[in-house]
Design a protein around this ligand. Structure first.
Ligand code: SF4
Ligand code: SF4
Length: 252
């Protein structure tokens, strides 16, 4: 177990990220076979997850919340990917370890029309102790709620695990996200349906042109992973409604 490498990584990321956690690969036993850390990295031992929040100010912008989210997301995704690449090279410079970055957004893997991350960063973040799932299906960090954008690294280096957060992040009786959703993405029992939300909320100018006709599914992965990186987010109602995305503490 490499305590010293974990400390070095924590120091390396200290001024670069706002949240950081370490999960051992044995916490991924229930991951779908194709999306298990071992499919990304040979001899995978540890999944490192880190995040940077988008500013809360975009959610309360009178007219420009969606514009603010668009630029914040796509700026932080690229930034997180750069940090992931730098962290892989840092880990590999410290010994005979393999490391591979888990991208913050694309490339995505498609199962039919449904996009999946190579590794689910939300599940990895929960496994690494960064937060817990809320009723909206998102991962909520104790300070940043679901405004934390994530990326990660899978490595063959074994490092000490961080504790999991088991508390439910949702206040008792809250269902604000479900009430506000204009797409009906939640079932009556509150289950989040990704494939109702996505077509309503994720837009891209090229999709109607490039993804039409009977064989659209045959090239959806190539279209989304090349042209789709700068998608437009057309809905943020659940983000705005959620009390977990409001400030938790007074600044000093
Ligand atoms: S992003 Fe919009 S459509 Fe999707 S779950 Fe949230 S409120 Fe519903
Ligand atoms: S709006 Fe309420 S129920 Fe929905 S995720 Fe946020 S705290 Fe949980």
């Amino acid at each position: 177990m490499n305590d010293s490498l974990k400390q070095q990584i924590t120091g390396f990321l200290a001024d670069r990220v706002s949240a950081l956690g370490f999960a051992p690969v044995d916490r991924f036993d229930e991951a779908p076979e194709k999306h298990h850390p071992a499919r990304l990295c040979r001899d995978a031992a540890t999944v490192i997850v880190f995040g940077i929040p988008i500013p809360r100010g975009v959610l309360t912008s009178p007219d420009y919340d969606l514009y603010g989210i668009h630029r914040s997301y796509h700026t932080v995704y690229r930034h997180l990917d750069e940090i992931g690449l730098a962290l892989c090279n840092f880990i590999e410079s410290k010994g005979a370890h393999a490391a591979i970055a888990v991208p913050s957004y694309a490339p995505l893997v498609f199962h039919g029309a449904e996009p999946w991350g190579m590794l689910s960063l939300k599940h990895a973040a929960v496994n690494a102790g960064l937060g817990a799932f809320g009723r909206s299906g998102q991962m909520y960090h104790p300070e940043y709620g679901s405004l934390l954008r994530l990326a990660g690294v899978v490595t063959s280096a074994q490092m000490p695990r961080d504790p999991i957060i088991s508390e439910d992040p949702c206040p008792k009786g809250c269902n604000a996200c479900q009430k506000k959703c204009p797409a009906g993405a939640f079932t009556k029992s509150g289950e989040f349906r990704k494939m109702i939300c996505l077509p309503y909320s994720v837009k891209h100018a090229i999709y109607p042109l490039a993804l039409k006709g009977a064989d659209a599914l045959n090239h959806i992965e190539r279209v989304v992973n090349t042209a789709g990186n700068d998608y437009w987010l057309a809905c943020d109602e659940c983000l705005k409604a959620c009390p977990n995305n409001r400030p938790r503490r007074q600044a000093g």
